[in-house]
Design a protein around this ligand. Structure first.
Ligand SMILES: *Cc1c(COP(=O)(O)O)cnc(C)c1O
Length: 378
């Protein structure tokens, strides 16, 4: 690979493409949509439709993929978090829906394990909910959750993601919440692949589950999925799509275009037919290539890791040992970023390490990444 492809539309704006070895991160554009998805979006752009009808039809495909009563295409997982919290507060009461973000007269406390607080959870607060923490930063016991319920509790939120602590675990959380008659809402933004996760948490009893559409699913970057129980999903629809009422709902700033709706559905259907094993094998072979190139450097330990949840696909992780005398991980990352083309790698997990995530590495780019890593390290 010599000259990197610079799409004209970006060139005109003076924005250079980067090599994404950091994963499905929002800051680099999520994922690349497959040609079939782009064609579907192009086609969607050629006609007007009734948006309520289109949303319901797309929602049915989401529901089928997730094994839930109902589904909805949202403007991303964070938008789905807004709608989940809103739905748990308003129910299908129209006056409540109109009143948000003023929650007077509604239950508005969302319980969250302290160790799962994360950079996205503000989305739960957008419609006016209050987050009430339980447990310690690194652990929680059942009684922590038990004693957090009040007559204002509207939901228990559970979050899954790389290096996010599990706390009580989803199963126990659901058991306790349901014993108190409170629904569990799940942020599973980046938990696909594996495809099984689309339906797994619903099967476990979660009441609503949200996924990003523009991460592993390969849909539009500003799309996502929401799936769940009938009554709560009707409430989510009301908070998102009350197109005929005089006052727009809390979800109005998160509307989904017809092109994104159709693109998301196309990506989801393609994903359902994807050979996940072949896809992961491809990531593993790129990961091995890079790991082999970095073999035998004194002070470095390069391991291919593939821990479910924490690691997005097989990836070389570079650990800097005590006898390492070269540049620090931060300096190496910066050198890669400053190069041409700019290469973005992961900042590791719990420790200061470098992880090179393959899920968005295009064919051939692994060679350039290995070369540039070697240069930056030695
Ligand atoms: C990416 C992510 C989000 C946000 O998802 P979007 O689809 O970008 O809105 C929320 N929660 C977690 C854990 C995430 O990883």
């Amino acid at each position: 690979m010599t000259e990197q492809h610079w799409p004209e539309v970006y060139k005109k704006l003076g924005v250079k493409p980067v090599i994404n070895a950091q994963s499905w991160v929002t800051s680099l554009g999520g994922s690349l949509m497959r040609p079939e998805v782009l064609r579907a979006m192009d086609e969607a752009a050629t006609a007007f439709v009734d948006m309520k009808e289109l949303n319901r039809a797309a929602g049915e495909i989401v529901a089928r993929a997730c094994g839930s009563d109902m589904g909805l295409v949202t403007a991303g997982c964070a938008a789905a978090e807004v709608l989940m919290a809103a739905a748990c507060m308003t129910g299908v009461d129209e006056a409540n829906v109109e009143q948000l973000p003023d929650t007077t007269g509604m239950k508005n406390e969302v319980l969250m394990f302290k160790g799962q607080r994360n950079r996205y959870d503000g989305a739960f607060q957008v419609p006016g909910a209050r987050i009430v923490e339980f447990g310690h930063v690194d652990s929680a016991l059942p009684y922590h959750l038990e004693s957090a319920f009040t007559d204002q509790t509207c939901a228990v939120a559970y979050v899954m993601g790389p290096f996010i602590r599990h706390g009580l675990g989803l199963e126990k959380t659901i058991e306790i919440a349901h014993a108190h008659g409170v629904p569990v809402i799940v942020d599973a933004a980046a938990e696909v692949p594996p495809r099984d996760n689309l339906s797994k948490f619903i099967k476990m009893g979660a009441d609503m589950v949200a996924f990003s559409g523009g991460k592993g699913l390969g849909g539009p970057q500003s799309a996502g999925l929401l799936a769940g129980r009938q009554n709560l999903m009707e409430a989510a629809y009301a908070n998102s799509l009350n197109l005929d009422s005089p006052k727009a709902a809390i979800g109005r700033p998160m509307k989904v275009s017809k092109e994104n709706l159709v693109g998301m559905v196309a990506a989801l259907e393609l994903y359902m037919d994807t050979d996940e094993i072949a896809m992961i094998d491809e990531w593993r072979s790129k990961a091995s290539y890079i790991a082999r190139k970095l073999e035998g450097i004194k002070g470095l330990r390069v391991v291919i890791e593939d821990t479910p949840v924490d690691r997005q696909g097989p990836q070389p992780v570079i650990y800097f040992e005590r006898d390492w005398t070269g540049p620090s991980p931060a300096v190496v990352r910066q050198t890669l970023l400053d190069g041409n083309p700019s290469i973005r790698v992961g900042g590791g997990g719990m420790r200061d390490e470098i992880n090179v995530v393959m899920v968005n590495v295009q064919d051939g780019e692994e060679q350039l990444i290995a070369e540039r890593l070697l240069e930056a390290l030695t």
